[in-house]
Design a binder for this molecule. Structure first.
Ligand code: NI
Length: 205
């Protein structure tokens, strides 16, 4: 047992390396939107478990829960209004997809949920969303409410480095399509343009 003094640091180091490796693999398994090098897509298992309850506030100050969309398909994306590139592109694709569906598009509710509630106030969401589909709902809330929604959708997000108010947010960048009961149907990654999205959604209508 005398050797413990030498072994412990080695064991701790090995454990540390194992944890670092596990985290690196986990990071690769998630879709990260690094906002520097563009979105990266990878296959993930367990997407069928995506979805669940949320309770947030829309850009008009109305309280909204997942139950409000019962009977409609939900096209849902998590991001933030300060996002320099990926989020606006995704929301544009979603808007184009709804338009491309024509009258059938009415059966689909586009939803944008912020992962940056600190800066994405109701007013900020309202200003930002004028650029996208008129029926798109932008949801924000307290840090806890946003965290709960992101957890239900298995969305990862974390503040990245940047100036005090100018920070970027790393986040999972996937558009989810949920059925009329709020259950997962399919998802789209950053490479799916509006037309392709509309064609895929059309199969579920
Ligand atoms: Ni983004």
């Amino acid at each position: 047992m005398k050797s413990n003094g030498m072994l412990r640091p080695v064991m701790l180091l090995l454990a540390g390396v194992a944890v670092a490796l596990a985290l690196a693999l986990l990071g690769r398994a998630l879709w990260l939107d690094p906002h520097g090098g563009g979105g990266r897509a990878a296959s993930v298992t367990g997407t069928a478990l995506v979805g669940g309850p949320f309770s947030l506030t829309d850009q008009n100050g109305r309280r909204v829960t997942d139950a409000d969309f019962s009977g409609k398909l939900m096209l849902i994306y998590f991001g933030y209004t300060f996002c320099p590139d990926v989020c606006p592109t995704e929301l544009l694709d979603m808007s184009q997809a709804i338009d491309a569906l024509g009258k059938d598009g009415d059966q689909v509710q586009p939803v944008f949920i912020t992962v940056d509630p600190e800066r994405d106030t109701q007013a900020a969401m309202k200003n930002f969303l004028v650029n996208f589909h008129p029926r798109m709902l932008g949801l924000t809330g307290t840090a806890e409410e946003v965290q709960a929604a992101a957890k239900a959708y298995r969305v990862y997000y974390a503040k990245a480095r940047g100036a005090e108010r100018d920070y970027l947010v790393d986040h999972t960048s996937i558009v989810y399509l949920m059925d009329r009961q709020g259950k997962y149907l399919t998802h789209f990654n950053a490479n799916t343009r509006g037309d392709a999205m509309a064609a895929a959604i059309g199969k579920f209508l």
